[in-house]
Design a binder for this molecule. Structure first.
Ligand SMILES: C[S@@+](CC[C@H](N)C(=O)[O-])C[C@H]1O[C@@H](n2cnc3c(N)ncnc32)[C@H](O)[C@@H]1O
Ligand code: FES
Length: 449
């Protein structure tokens, strides 16, 4: 069983409303309890836990199988988990009261379930019914919209340590009837829990969606709510070929830069590593936003100083991030339009365009790469970090969707392909360029002067 002593599968299958399944029976709570208990009993590194699809005995859920023994535990609750961990996983003694021994009855239950499932699929197909996965994809906006409304109304903060629908409605100044509907959806999405009419935040919501929690992503996700408004105009944008409205309301800059900073949190160090900094001294970070990339780059290279160019309304936020990082002596800021402001004094070792090229038209990008080339020292490098599409522009999927995000949000932006970047870089005069893949949807183009 190396490298683990045990491998546990927990069925987390979700099924249509009213159909028995492990997820409706509480398998996610069991899974969470298992992770917690393995951690607290010191077995997290010895036991691999995987969630899995239907195991065929759905009336007995939540179901778990523990390998290498192949022990089936059924009808579990989170309260059963400490005993399974201490007795079975630690002391090697199965928990007999929870075990279901595979026998002929179980086999026929599994086969019967599979046959019914296949018959249901065939029946739907014969009746010409839209497949469930396609239907779910089409209606995918519903849960998303419910969460965005909850974020806009700051529901998770209002839920706090717990409250009734009435109490929460009063805090967010909304109608009780509607608040209750929204809270119930959030319970079904596993972001809240409800016991005896009291709603509380599930651990994920408490960590990421409550305002003021150390890892709160609420400010960043309010940007997604702004995007939602733009995406509602997608049909018109496709007809006309450009953004229908690109006006920004008051909160736009803060939530936009918060979203950029949140995205950069997990990525900036990986980008700095992938660039393999080697003695560079001067960096130009065009459209540097929150400063997250300049901060990661100068931290990764002791001799490096960075200069950020961005819009005047963004720079106070940038400066605050630089101040908090204690890097005011190594990162400076300059207000200006990167397409026209003089990029002087030339001789930069590195120019960074992170999440920039997708905002502009091909013509503007050619112009921008020409300017970057002129600003670089001989052998200096240009780093483009963006959603880079493959040659036929149909993958990766997030990059294709991001192109629409630019369609509804900019005059002429798009996601561009590797061959397009190569062509522009060559036309600008760069001697060599290569695509560098890093984990996640963003890739790099690194070109040398
Ligand atoms: C998508 S954000 C990327 C921010 C940052 N580079 C990052 O990757 O997190 C684009 C940034 O470019 C700035 N920006 C947009 N157009 C600009 C222009 N013409 N001149 C200078 N900055 C611009 C925006 O204010 C914003 O900070
Ligand atoms: S849904 Fe879990 S066994 Fe079928």
């Amino acid at each position: 069983m190396e490298p683990f002593r045990h491998h546990i599968f927990v069925c987390t299958q979700e099924k249509a409303e009213g159909v028995p399944c492990c997820s409706a029976a509480g398998s996610f709570q069991v899974l969470n309890a298992l992770h917690r208990e393995l951690g607290s009993q010191g077995l997290a590194d010895d036991v691999q836990v995987s969630s899995c699809g239907c195991l065929g005995i759905c009336d007995s859920g939540p179901v778990m199988i523990v390998y290498p023994e192949g022990t089936w535990y059924t009808k579990l609750t989170p309260n059963d988990v400490p005993e399974i961990v201490s007795s079975h996983l630690k002391a090697g003694k199965k928990v007999i009261r929870l075990e279901r021994i595979p026998d002929a009855d179980m086999k026929s239950e599994v086969l019967d379930h599979r046959n019914k499932y296949l018959a249901m699929l065939k029946g739907k197909d014969a009746a010409g019914v839209l497949p469930d996965d396609l239907n779910d994809m089409i209606r995918g906006f519903m849960p998303s919209r419910a969460i965005l409304t909850a974020l806009e109304l700051d529901v998770f903060t209002a839920v706090g340590k717990g409250g009734t629908a009435q109490q929460i409605a009063a805090k967010i100044q909304a109608a009780v009837r509607a608040t209750e509907m929204l809270l119930n959806v959030l319970v079904s999405l596993k972001l809240l829990e409800k016991h005896d009419g009291i709603y509380t935040n599930a651990p994920t919501a408490a960590r990421f969606l409550v305002e003021g929690s150390p890892d709160s992503a609420r400010a960043a996700q309010l940007h997604t709510a702004n995007l939602w408004r733009r995406w509602s105009k997608l049909t018109d944008a496709v007809r006309t070929g450009t953004a229908v409205e690109s006006g920004h309301d008051n909160g736009w800059v803060n939530s936009f830069i918060a979203a950029m900073d949140h995205g950069a949190r997990g990525r900036a160090r990986a980008v700095a590593q992938a660039v393999e900094l080697n003695g560079e001294r001067r960096m130009l970070d065009l459209g540097g936003g929150s400063g997250a990339y300049s901060i990661a780059f100068v931290k990764a290279a002791t001799a490096l100083h960075s200069e950020i160019v961005d819009m005047p309304e963004v720079l106070p936020i940038t400066q605050e991030h630089i101040r908090q990082a204690g890097l005011g002596d190594r990162i400076s800021t300059r207000a200006g339009d990167m397409l026209s402001v003089p990029l002087e004094p030339a001789g930069y070792d590195l120019v960074l365009l992170s999440a920039i090229c997708h905002m502009f038209s091909p013509e503007e990008n050619r112009q921008l790469l020409d300017r970057a080339y002129a600003a670089l020292a001989p052998h200096g490098r240009l780093v483009i970090s963006d959603f880079i599409l493959d040659a036929d522009k149909t993958s990766p999927r997030f990059g294709t969707l991001f192109a629409l995000n630019m369609l509804v949000g900019t005059r002429a932006g798009a996601s561009y392909s590797e061959p397009e970047y190569e062509q522009w870089l060559k036309a600008a005069g760069f001697a060599a360029s290569k695509r560098v893949r890093i984990p996640g949807p963003v890739n790099l183009m690194i070109a040398t002067k």
